[in-house]
Design a protein around this ligand. Structure first.
Ligand SMILES: *Cc1c(COP(=O)(O)O)cnc(C)c1O
Length: 485
């Protein structure tokens, strides 16, 4: 596979349906009418809507062409750091679409939902086992929603213990949603810097931890793709002053089956089922951010909770210390089915292999690209690695120029300008599902672009050149979005 997947070949133009409309065209044939035609009372219906008039082929081509403009992991590599855009086995979609699940209704009642409840109960047990915690709630509907849930639990814990606290420690390598979740809970974020190696130093935590601090939020692996190896010491410092440790476990695919966050001092953790556990999430699709807690925090978990009595499952809401409901009904159940199916089909060894391959692939990218792009933290990484444009600056080429050019080579660009600790970051997460051949193609493309940065920087500044639309004015697009097409 020496050739790049990008091509300048057939890319169809496609106007909107109204432009294609021709009077009298119709894509449907209705049976001959056997009743007399009458006009509806126009004072009730108003003017007839101006719908496009199209043949069946017009419509088939229209949507097929639009679908071909889409890019997804099923079409090519999508190394968007921090997002885990990996391939999700189709069997998990098939299980989620099974009639018994797809037809389940949230108002059917426990008695008629035993299969769904059993699945939720078992999934909670599996996730507790994988993370090393005592209890899990499947209620949060996304990662940041899980963070908010975790923060509300920490808040409720301190309230129950008689003294509310006002601050929370957040390192510079935490995910951007962390401070937002903390401040939604009324906490003031105390930002601390990570050490020279890109990981947190216990001394930095000790310097700010006090009895008015509710705890710390640690993203592990952190947003530099590095494992916070001082986590146990940091947890001891926080616990000693009565605080709690929040773990952002969105990127569990780096440590699953290898590290149990519940055993290294973390008290409450969220997972992103739509990253690690087989729900595709391009375009912000439905997610699920379960929260796992140590025994002492179990009473505060949100309601409803699924319990098992003899062989019957039911929801309970009568929990005096709960933080309450997070939403109507039970979250994105389809995502839970896919996670359950994924865990069962992978098995314990399979899940462990996922993490090992994710880490191996990222380290392979890091090692092979580190002479081509600048690598600010040259350490063994977890599931992703972070470069920047330091080497290309002399030719006035930026991370953005290189990311745009990757589109011409047929790759979705990596995450850029995040994490903020690295200036002009270029953050690559190959994921465990890419083979060596695909990763090599990506590496070759980046190397070719770095060469272009030297040989033809002017061309690179205009990239992408082969896509349907070339470089967009992103500032105007964000400030004055044109929502009408
Ligand atoms: C993706 C991610 C989140 C946020 O998850 P959402 O489902 O997008 O809300 C939080 N933390 C980390 C580390 C992440 O990678």
């Amino acid at each position: 596979m020496s050739q790049q997947p990008g091509t300048s070949g057939l890319i169809f133009n496609e106007p909107n349906l109204w432009d294609k409309s021709r009077k009298g065209r119709c894509a449907i044939s209705l049976p001959t009418q056997d009743v007399e035609r009458t006009r509806l009372d126009e004072s009730l219906t108003g003017d007839a809507p101006e719908l496009p008039q199209l043949s069946e082929l017009d419509i088939a081509r229209h949507y097929t062409r639009l679908s071909q403009w889409n890019f997804g992991v099923d079409s090519g590599m999508y190394p968007l750091g921090s997002c885990t855009m990996k391939y999700n086995p189709k069997t998990n979609e098939v299980q989620a679409a099974r009639q018994g699940f797809a037809g389940a209704h949230p108002l059917a009642g426990d008695e008629f939902s035993q299969g769904a409840l059993k699945l939720m109960y078992n999934l909670e047990r599996y996730l507790a086992e994988i993370t090393g915690f005592d209890a899990v709630s499947l209620q949060p509907a996304a990662g940041a929603h899980g963070e908010l849930t975790g923060m509300l639990i920490i808040h409720a814990f301190h309230a129950k213990n008689g003294k509310q606290r006002s601050k929370i420690i957040i390192p510079d390598t935490a995910h951007g949603t962390n401070p937002a979740s903390a401040s939604l809970c009324g906490y003031e974020s105390i930002n601390i810097k990570s050490g020279e190696n890109g990981i947190l130093e216990p001394e930095a935590v000790a310097a700010v931890m006090d009895e008015d601090t509710a705890g710390i939020m640690v993203t592990n692996p952190n947003t530099l793709g590095l494992f916070e190896s001082n986590i146990k010491k940091i947890a001891d410092i926080v616990h000693e002053k009565g605080g709690l440790v929040y773990g952002d476990g969105a990127n569990m695919n780096a440590i699953m089956g290898v590290v149990k966050p519940g055993k290294i001092g973390i008290d409450v953790l969220h997972l992103n089922l739509h990253k690690t556990f087989s729900t595709p999430h391009g375009g912000g699709g439905p997610g699920s951010g379960p929260v796992a807690v140590v025994e002492a925090l179990e009473p505060f978990l949100p309601i409803p909770k699924v319990v098992k009595e003899l062989d019957t499952y039911k929801f309970v809401t009568d929990c005096p210390d709960t933080i309450g409901r997070l939403h109507t009904f039970y979250g994105h159940f389809g995502v839970l089915i896919k996670a359950y199916s994924y865990i069962l089909s992978m098995g314990a060894k399979g899940l462990c292999d996922v993490s090992k391959l994710a880490v191996l692939n990222a380290n392979y990218v890091k090692e092979r690209l580190k002479g081509t792009l600048n690598l600010p933290y040259d350490m063994p990484c977890m599931h992703e690695c972070v470069f920047n444009d330091e080497f290309q600056k002399k030719n006035h080429i930026t991370t953005m120029d290189m990311a745009k050019r990757l589109l011409d080579y047929g790759f979705h660009p990596p995450t850029v300008y995040f994490p903020l600790v690295v200036d002009a970051a270029f953050m690559v997460e190959p994921t465990e599902t890419e083979s060596k051949e695909y990763i090599d193609q990506f590496i070759d493309a980046v190397k070719a672009i770095a060469k272009e940065a030297q040989d033809d920087p002017e061309k690179l500044k205009k990239a992408p050149l082969l896509t349907k639309v070339t470089r967009l004015d992103e500032v105007t697009a964000a400030r004055k979005p044109c929502l009408r097409g």
